[in-house]
Structure formats: C-alpha cells, structure tokens
Design a protein. Structure first.
Lengths: 113, 114
C-alpha cells in the first residue's frame, strides 16, 4: 500500500520554466512533509520541509504548497536551471516518529538549457 | 567532515552467498536506517535503529538482518541473497536533537545478485 503517491514520474522543462511535482497522502496522522533531492550517483539530501500549520513555505527558488483538506502537497521550482536536474522525492512522517519517513516514488526532472 | 559512509559502493554476487554492507556515521546520531531504492518504487525502509542495541523492521525487512552494537555503525546483512534483492541501497542517519528531523544519506551501494 503506497501511502504517498507522487506524480509525474518524469518531467522535462526548459530553463526558466516552473516545474511542479505533486504528492498526495492518505494517512491523516502525517504532519511533517519533506522533499529530498537526489543527483545521479549520490544519496538523497533534504531540500525543504513543511508542517501542516502553514500553507506555503519558500526557500530560495523552491516552494512547497500544502493543502491539508485535500491531503496534497507540491513542490514548485521557480526559474529552473539545468543544475536543478535531479530526482525529487516527497515524503511524509508523523512527528515523534519523524525519522520514519514514507517516501513517494520519485520524479526525475530534466531542465533543458 | 560530517558524513555517512557505505562500503562497498558496488557489489556483484551470486545467489546464496552471504554478504554485509557496512554503514558508518561520524555525527553521533542516535537514529540510523537502511533503505532500498528501486525504479518506480522510490525509497523503501528495510530496518531502522533508534539507538545502540535497538532495531526494528521497516516496510521491507524480509531477507535482511541488521545489528547496532556501536552507535556509529549499522551494517546490513544479507544471509542468503536472491536476485530480487538486486537494488540500490542507502544508509541514513539522523540526530535526536535535530528539530528538522533531517536524515543524512550515504552515497549508496549498488548490489547485483545473479
């Protein structure tokens, strides 16, 4: 049973475009939602995270939008660059056991120059 | 440099030949975990450890063993590997005092079982 569903599986955008990656979760007990970025040959690294008490969080060009009622959250990358080409994973966890992350299936993003 | 190291990085083995993948972290983290990454399935947790001598099953523990005798080390053991364990494996650690719950991942071990 996949508790966090991620889409799309792959995404290609031109430089400067705004790729959007979507995730939906089922477990209403989840209250911590991080995004991890993975470059080829590397392990994932934390990019940005949000808790459900806010609807949006920005860090540089990366923004998480959160819709608690719809049980959905998304990652937007403003002014995307070729260096943003990577695989992105959304995840969810319950505070207190927040190291028990449930990951989405991943989105392979390619930003064309 | 704060890091999680894994060895080996690449491993090709045959069905049934016991193997161990080592994981070590130098950040004094209490929590350590093993994941496997497969195309279209994302990262799935195999086992985790909240501290020394405390381990528990994740989502896909079948065919794997772990131990946590020292805080810094968390080896993954495949007693009798099978081809369906061919995958990319990641070790991760996290500190109890980290308010972000950030997990630090190692570089990965690509395992092929023939």
């Amino acid at each position: 049973q996949q508790q966090v569903k991620q889409s799309p599986q792959s995404l290609i955008v031109q430089k400067g475009g705004i790729p959007i990656i979507n995730c939906a979760y089922e477990n209403t007990a989840f209250d911590y939602f991080p995004w991890y970025q993975q470059f080829p040959g590397k392990g994932p690294a934390l990019l940005i995270a949000i808790r459900p008490d806010v609807s949006e969080k920005k860090e540089g060009r990366f923004t998480i939008s959160f819709n608690k009622s719809a049980k959905q959250f998304s990652l937007h990358i403003m002014d995307s660059q070729p260096g943003d080409s990577a695989t992105y994973f959304c995840a969810a966890a319950i505070s207190g056991s927040a190291r028990q992350l449930t990951f989405g299936s991943g989105t392979q993003l390619t930003v064309l120059p | 440099e704060a890091q999680v190291t894994q060895n080996p990085r690449y491993l090709i083995t045959v069905t049934g030949k016991k193997l161990t993948v080592t994981c070590s972290q130098n950040m004094n983290h209490e929590y350590m975990s093993w994941y496997r990454q497969d195309p279209g399935l994302g990262l799935r947790q195999i086992y985790y450890s909240m501290n020394v001598e405390v381990t528990d099953k994740g989502d896909v523990p079948e065919g794997y063993k772990v131990s946590r005798k020292e805080k810094r080390n968390f080896p993954l053991i495949l007693e009798s590997p099978s081809p369906n364990q061919t995958s990319l494996y990641f070790c991760a650690s996290s500190g109890a005092t980290s308010g972000t719950y950030e997990q630090y991942f190692g570089p990965g071990t690509r395992l092929t079982v023939t």
